[in-house]
Design a protein around this ligand. Structure first.
Ligand SMILES: *[C@@H]1O[C@H](CO)[C@@H](O)[C@H](O)[C@H]1NC(C)=O
Ligand SMILES: *[C@@H]1O[C@H](CO)[C@@H](O)[C@H](O)[C@H]1NC(C)=O
Ligand SMILES: *[C@@H]1O[C@H](CO)[C@@H](O)[C@H](O)[C@H]1NC(C)=O
Ligand SMILES: *[C@@H]1O[C@H](CO)[C@@H](O)[C@H](O)[C@H]1NC(C)=O
Ligand SMILES: *[C@@H]1O[C@H](CO)[C@@H](O)[C@H](O)[C@H]1NC(C)=O
Ligand SMILES: *[C@@H]1O[C@H](CO)[C@@H](O)[C@H](O)[C@H]1NC(C)=O
Ligand SMILES: *[C@@H]1O[C@H](CO)[C@@H](O)[C@H](O)[C@H]1NC(C)=O
Ligand SMILES: *[C@@H]1O[C@H](CO)[C@@H](O)[C@H](O)[C@H]1NC(C)=O
Ligand SMILES: *[C@@H]1O[C@H](CO)[C@@H](O)[C@H](O)[C@H]1NC(C)=O
Length: 861
């Protein structure tokens, strides 16, 4: 042993002593040597540690415990809990109330034992002498035979290694795959529960039926597949392409073994692990030194549509709709009752059988993520591919992709609209179905009376179903109307002053389908109280100026104080809305159902004559602009808090765009519309205003532009085109303002001595790799921040790119912000030139800037 290594071990030993005085550390376990349960073996570099860990025996009255031999990270660990990466005896714990022991017995096998019980960890057949067990810095626990010459390091002397027996975790260097000759597989299997390491339901393995792809099983049922490997990434994990510079993945198939091999390019700096979690998700974690914690880098399946066969056969999964599953065109649920009850596993079958001849045709489905398990035919042309599918009765669909002809001879699974790299799928249908589809489609685009056509075409094939549907809808509408009427009589003109919001606005959960829990936000069925105008006048002291707390985009905001001392914010909308009264009430009630911790809560409203007033929760810290742009208040928001604000706004916006039923585009996101509660948590306000003002399409042209210059994306400001990507643009601007503490509208001298706005200024510095100089000086030295500001600046620049299609979606923004190592794309030149020389007053006053009569040629709605 070299002296260097010796010193290292002494050091580690001292560290161990200081952290846990009773434990003792071994270096190598030699044959006959015994390690007890308070001793451990630590790898040479101190990365990993091997020892016993234990869990209570759940229903035992004595203080007996279940002991397991395990390997965990020595330092990369939460303060008191081990992150266990390997278990030697996962389904055979040693149960004892005292200690248990590890040794290498006379045969050369590693065993653990306690009194009468002995459990072998290895099974080496021939008796072997002179063996030692060592824990390596890779996390591999290896058993080797010493050679006569004293060397231990040659591979041939290795008798056994724990990397060949992975449990629920894979580290770089662990194979996942199988041996075609011996049938041995290397797979990950989840734990049964957080305190039971025995093999659980979920496992990750290489799909033996298909080439080069991962499969996650739920018991014996496939739960998820990675899609095929193309040398850079798996079909369904395109984001892997981002991390190529950090990890290398290789598929090795050499006639006897098929496996994937992961390597970390700079292994000294990054600790990473893949875990088959008890939730059925395969997760990758990376250790973040600066925050001393494990960060989840990605996981799969991410969403229900990723789950293998989630919608059953011949159905399409759409993550944007509830319910997610819908039969393909020309198909119907195999079992209508199961299907409507949300059990989609039975899938869909053809409404009418194929003719199996020239009477069949193909329905093109654009931009799809192709179904699983195609057959590949060696046909070059699209026409050959089509006629081949037409000629074979069992063929259900074809696609021509990368010069390959793909056909499906059995049911189609996991069809969905692509998020990335979509392809066209051609679905085979009998000519009658194609006619029905074309007719309903033509009528849809020509006339507005589309529901009647639906009912008609359904009526042809499914008279009973149609009847049930129509009846059902009528009853539903009737009930709905009733309940609205009831609500009106109940709620009309309540007295705001004596209202108690703390007891009366608790969300009421009903078992009706109206109450839908959607991923990250909850939509509650709340009843929105309507108040009398006179009671609002008294709460705000007749809208006196002393009570005015702000001037939002759609009217002034006042503070109101109720009899019980409760404070509310009262927004008096300017009388511009073109909606009818009923419409406005319905709309407000809908908006009130959007509840998310990063949205300001709408508590009630008042609609009386010309007056349209909304009552919101009161935010103690007012709006973000009053803090970040004010030298006296800036210190309230130091780096961590600003990150918190950024993340909160991103979450709120994602909810509006993606998870809320209404799919709201904010259209006027800016610092003065971000309010802060007493804990300085951000909440977006004025969301849903565009809808309340009668414009509720999600992607459209508009001839009335609401928004604030400087925050408006170029396509919106100049052409009136808005989409979720225009909000992303505004988010990017806001991000830059939060980081720099400067208004976008301020002018900055730029490097080429012309002047520019904040975006141009940031872009200049970014290109010169001086972006860290942009950070608000009040925040101090950025090297002390827990997360690098560079990432935030880069994400902001991605959001303000000129072309909407280049900008990320909010879910991508959140993914980029939350993963420590994601390789972000390089931003293209932003659309800043537009903001040059802009009128300062339009932005800083916060009054919406309208361009009248921007002419657009748009077909009537
Ligand atoms: C384990 O062994 C160490 C060193 O021999 C000893 O100090 C310690 O008391 C033992 N612990 C138990 C639980 O037997
Ligand atoms: C402990 O629980 C197991 C199953 O959970 C049961 O079979 C066993 O009888 C229980 N033992 C006692 C002492 O309650
Ligand atoms: C350690 O793990 C236990 C059980 O998993 C958990 O209850 C506890 O909160 C964890 N402690 C820390 C500090 O993470
Ligand atoms: C451990 O359990 C045995 C019986 O299994 C008992 O005789 C012994 O007293 C217990 N020891 C302790 C320390 O509880
Ligand atoms: C065991 O290894 C030592 C060196 O570590 C060597 O001197 C000795 O000869 C070996 N014994 C046998 C039986 O191989
Ligand atoms: C295949 O690769 C494995 C591991 O790298 C190796 O042990 C085996 O000998 C190789 N087989 C062939 C036929 O090359
Ligand atoms: C695994 O299958 C069981 C039923 O066999 C089901 O209840 C469970 O939800 C499935 N797990 C996942 C993650 O889908
Ligand atoms: C779901 O439907 C399938 C077939 O349609 C049936 O076999 C299965 O038992 C159903 N599952 C549940 C939980 O009802
Ligand atoms: C396919 O769909 C994705 C996501 O919906 C979209 O980004 C992409 O532009 C579409 N591609 C085509 C060719 O329509």
């Amino acid at each position: 042993m070299s002296t260097g290594r010796h010193t290292m071990i002494v050091l580690l030993w001292l560290m161990m002593l200081s952290s846990s005085s009773s434990a003792a550390t071994l270096d190598v376990l030699t044959q006959g040597q015994v390690m007890n349960s308070s001793q451990t073996i630590v790898s040479n570099g101190g990365v990993f540690e091997l020892g016993f860990f234990s869990f209570k025996l759940t229903n035992s009255t004595t203080d007996q415990k279940r002991f397991y031999l395990g390997v965990w990270y020595k330092q990369a660990t939460y303060p008191s809990n081990h992150t266990i990466i390997w278990v030697g005896n996962r389904d055979q714990p040693i149960i004892t109330n005292s200690s248990c022991f590890l040794t290498i017995n006379n045969d050369g096998n590693i065993v653990i034992y306690e009194r009468g019980v002995s459990i072998p960890i290895t099974s080496i057949a021939a008796p072997t002498t002179n063996v030692t067990a060592t824990l390596l810095d890779s996390g591999n626990f290896v058993l080797r035979q010493n050679k006569n010459d004293g060397t231990t390091s040659t591979a041939s002397s290795m008798l056994w290694q724990s990397f060949d027996y992975p449990t629920h975790t894979s580290l770089p260097g662990v194979k996942i795959g199988y041996n075609t000759k011996t049938g041995k597989t290397w797979k990950l299997t989840s734990w049964k529960s957080p305190d039971d390491p025995s093999p659980g339901k979920y496992s990750l393995l290489i799909d033996p039926e298909r080439t080069a792809q991962f499969l996650v099983l739920n018991g014996t049922q496939p739960l998820w597949t990675s899609g095929s490997w193309n040398g850079h990434y798996f079909k369904f994990i395109p984001e892997m392409a981002w991390s190529e510079r950090i990890y290398t993945f290789t598929y090795i198939s050499n006639g006897s073994e098929d496996y994937f091999d992961v390597k970390v390019l700079n292994s000294n700096s990054i600790l990473t692990r893949y875990v088959m979690d008890i939730s059925g998700k395969i997760q990758q974690f990376a250790w973040v030194e600066s925050s001393q914690s494990w960060v989840k880098y990605w996981e799969q399946p991410k969403q229900q549509c990723d789950v293998y066969g989630y919608c059953g056969s011949n159905a399409i999964c759409d993550k944007g709709h509830h319910p997610y599953c819908k039969c393909l065109e020309g198909f119907q649920p195999s079992n209508l009752r199961d299907w409507n009850g949300g059990n989609w596993s039975g899938g869909c079958s053809r409404r009418s059988a194929l003719q199996c001849g020239d009477q069949d045709g193909f329905l093109p489905m654009k931009n799809m993520s192709l179904p699983l398990d195609p057959k590949v035919l060696q046909l070059q042309s699209v026409d050959d591919c089509e006629s081949s599918c037409l000629g074979i009765c069992a063929c259900n669909a074809y696609a021509h992709s990368n010069n390959q002809c793909l056909v499906w001879y059995s049911s189609l699974y996991n069809v969905r609209q692509a998020d990335y790299n979509g392809e066209d799928l051609f679905l085979k249908l009998p000519s009658t179905e194609i006619k029905i589809y074309e007719e309903s489609n033509n009528k849809n685009s020509r006339s507005s009376n589309h529901s009647r056509n639906r009912a008609l075409s359904l009526g042809l094939a499914l008279p009973m179903l149609a009847l049930v549907l129509i009846l059902g809808t009528t009853v539903y509408c009737w009930r709905k109307r009733k309940s609205i009427q009831r609500e009106k009589t109940n709620n009309a003109d309540l007295d705001l002053m004596s209202f108690d919001f703390t007891t009366k606005t608790k969300p009421t959960t009903r078992e009706s389908s109206d109450t839908t829990k959607i991923e990250s936000g909850v939509i509650w069925d709340v009843e929105l109280p309507f108040f009398s105008f006179s009671s609002i006048c008294s709460a705000t002291n007749n809208f006196c100026n002393a009570n005015k707390i702000g001037q939002g985009g759609f009217g002034p905001v006042y503070k109101g104080t109720l009899q019980n001392g409760h404070e509310v914010a009262i927004k008096r909308l300017s009388a511009r809305s073109c909606q009818g009264l009923e419409e406005l009430k319905n709309e407000t009630t809908l908006i009130a159902k959007l509840q998310h911790r990063n949205l300001v809560k709408l508590l009630g409203c008042c609609i009386e004559g010309e007056e349209k007033i909304l009552i919101y929760e009161y935010m103690a810290n007012k709006s973000l602009d009053l803090i970040i742009f004010d030298p006296r208040s800036q210190v309230k928001l130091l780096w961590e808090r600003r990150v918190n604000v950024i993340e909160g706004v991103a979450q709120g916006l994602l909810y509006l765009h993606q998870y809320s039923r209404l799919r709201i585009i904010h259209r006027d996101l800016k610092a003065s519309n971000i309010l802060l509660d007493d804990q300085l948590n951000p909440k977006i306000s004025d969301f849903g205003m565009a809808r309340i003002f009668g414009d509720n399409r999600t992607q459209a042209n508009t001839n009335r532009i609401v928004g604030t210059y400087g925050y408006m994306s170029p396509e919106y400001a100049m052409e009136g085109l808005f989409s979720i990507k225009s909000d992303v643009y505004s988010f990017g601007v806001l991000l830059l303002e939060i980081i720099s503490g400067r208004k976008n509208s301020s002018t900055f001298p730029s490097i080429d001595s012309s002047s520019s706005n904040l975006i141009g200024h940031v872009w200049d510095f970014w290109q010169n790799e001086r972006e860290l100089e942009l950070i608000d000086p009040i925040l101090g030295n950025s090297s002390s921040f827990a997360s690098s500001p560079t990432k935030y600046i880069q994400v902001a620049l991605l959001c303000v790119q000129e072309k909407p299609s280049d900008r990320p979606t909010m879910s991508e923004v959140i993914a980029m912000l939350s993963s420590e190592f994601a390789m972000l794309p390089s931003p293209k030149q932003p659309a800043f030139s537009f903001g040059k020389g802009m009128d300062e007053s339009s932005s800083s006053s916060g009054i919406p800037y309208s361009i009248n009569d921007v002419t657009v040629s748009l077909t009537a709605r």
